[in-house]
Write a protein that binds this ligand. Structure first.
Ligand code: CMC
Length: 433
């Protein structure tokens, strides 16, 4: 942050009092007004539900320019990372700040590989869930439970323990997610294999059985790797802010990531890829697309087209562009040409891109619109879609958590409120209510 040369003045129209606040500039992006002393000076809070104008922290990890459709991780463009790197390289970049050289990458991949197994006792933990439990519910529980198993990486003040927790979380998440799936299918858990890449290993644990190995297609493994990269981090979104807020109290990293998973689950956030598939199924046939588009446009109908729109991207989602290409590759590899849901999806995409309502409101297909179609083609059940998002986002969450813990300005997160309830009521005894 640069020293403030610019300031902003607030004036109270009633008293005529004024207060001046410094304007801070980041390396790129909008300036921010530093209002840390605002309450102490004025006795007022600022009001910003949904934090649409509030910077909650300073960060050097991810930069988004929503109007220009730009997404950068540590300065690198997402399209370069998604097309030229593999997921562990991007994970290293997010965690450590630099792209790894060959030796660093080899060491990092080895570290991840040797942390993929989970404590054997965790098997029994899965048994406590109903077989029809949503895998996101299992993931919330299992990830939170890691703090009960790995006592040697809970001390957030010890940099080595912090690093071990980061490695454990990134490495174990595919195992935890794949086991949530296996549990729902009533199939035995598959152990990770050290000769497979991160993405291959996940597909192996999902689809192999003790009776038969799943032969991982290089096209599908690459697509999975790319999906992981495209979801790896996304600045201060709801789940990341949840991780930071949970961590700001000093909670251990496993508990914080469990909180992030819970936040991600909602259909306005990570749950959207699942909601897209449900919506496509509900539409059912291409000739009903118009009807659903009209529903989305109807002010009196709360229905929204899932997979369209974004809080930040108001032009296009740069991840969606790469995802759309990956979608084509996967469908070609699997020989899927006449899938009815795909036909509905393509018709919807075309319609929305050409319709005045969507153009005016800048509603474009987002990353989740295409990821759901890819997952379905790969044979991943709809209930697992958000788990995949959580698996990919874990590295972003934990990088942001680490950055927060190491930030000297970090404080416990404690928003204020505009109170609208009763200010005082005389107590009414039970016999008078
Ligand atoms: N379908 C129809 N209308 C929409 C949609 C949609 N998907 N999204 C926004 N609008 C309309 C909305 O009704 C509002 O209209 P008006 O101005 O007349 O009231 C206007 O567009 C602005 O909407 P908003 O809710 O103020 O916008 P937001 O920036 O707060 O919401 C969003 C962003 C992602 C929550 C929203 O676009 C949405 O609900 N999309 C569907 C869910 C979805 O696909 N989510 C995944 C986001 S990408 C993955 C991730 O990063 O988590």
């Amino acid at each position: 942050m640069t020293d403030a040369k610019k300031t902003v003045t607030f004036t109270d129209n009633q008293t005529g009092k004024t207060w001046e606040y410094p304007v801070l500039s980041g390396s790129v992006g909008p300036d921010v007004v530093d209002i840390r002393k605002f309450y102490a000076d004025t006795g007022m809070f600022t009001y910003d539900p949904g934090y649409t104008s509030t910077g909650s922290c300073s960060s050097a990890i991810t930069y988004i320019d929503g109007d220009a459709g730009v997404l950068l991780h540590r300065g690198y463009h997402i399209s370069d990372l998604a097309t030229k790197c593999k997921f562990p390289e991007v994970a290293y970049l997010l965690l450590r700040g630099e792209l790894p050289n060959e030796t660093e990458l080899k060491d990092f991949e080895k570290t991840l590989t040797y942390h993929t197994m989970v404590h054997e006792q965790l098997h029994k933990f899965y048994d406590g869930f109903r077989r029809d439990a949503h895998p996101m519910a299992i993931m919330c529980g299992a990830v939170g439970a890691l703090s009960a198993f790995y006592h040697d990486s809970l001390d957030i003040h010890d940099p080595t323990q912090r690093m071990i927790a980061q490695h454990r979380l990134v490495a174990k998440m595919p195992t935890i997610a794949a086991w949530a799936f296996k549990y729902s299918q009533g199939q035995p858990f598959m152990y990770p294999r050290n000769n497979l890449t991160y993405a291959e290993n996940f597909l192996h644990m999902m689809f192999s059985t003790p009776c038969e190995d799943y032969v991982v297609s290089p096209v599908l493994a690459r697509a999975m790797d790319r999906i992981l990269i495209l979801h790896a981090d996304h600045e201060q979104n709801a789940s990341t802010s949840t991780v930071r807020l949970a961590g700001s109290s000093g909670a251990n990293p496993f508990a914080c990531i469990a909180a992030g998973i819970a936040s991600l689950w909602g259909p306005a956030h990570g749950g959207a890829n699942e909601a897209v598939l449900k919506m496509l199924n509900e539409i059912g046939t291409p000739d009903r697309v118009d009807e659903f588009v009209n529903k989305a446009k109807d002010k009196n109908d709360p229905f929204r087209l899932m997979g369209f729109g974004h809080r930040v991207y108001k032009n296009y989602d740069p991840r969606a562009k790469i995802m759309a290409e990956t979608c084509k590759e996967v469908l070609a590899e699997l020989g899927i040409e006449n899938d009815p849901l795909l036909e509905i999806a393509l018709r919807l995409e075309k319609y929305a891109l050409e319709d005045d309502y969507f153009i005016e409101k800048k509603l474009y297909p987002n990353v989740d619109f295409y990821s759901g179609i890819i997952f379905k083609a790969m044979g991943i059940p709809v209930s697992m879609f958000t788990c995949l998002f959580a698996l990919a986002r874990t590295v972003g969450w934990i990088s942001q958590w680490k950055e927060m813990i190491e930030d000297p300005d970090q404080k416990i997160g404690r928003p204020r409120q505009l109170f609208t309830g009763s200010d005082h009521r005389d107590f009414v005894p039970m016999d008078k209510r």
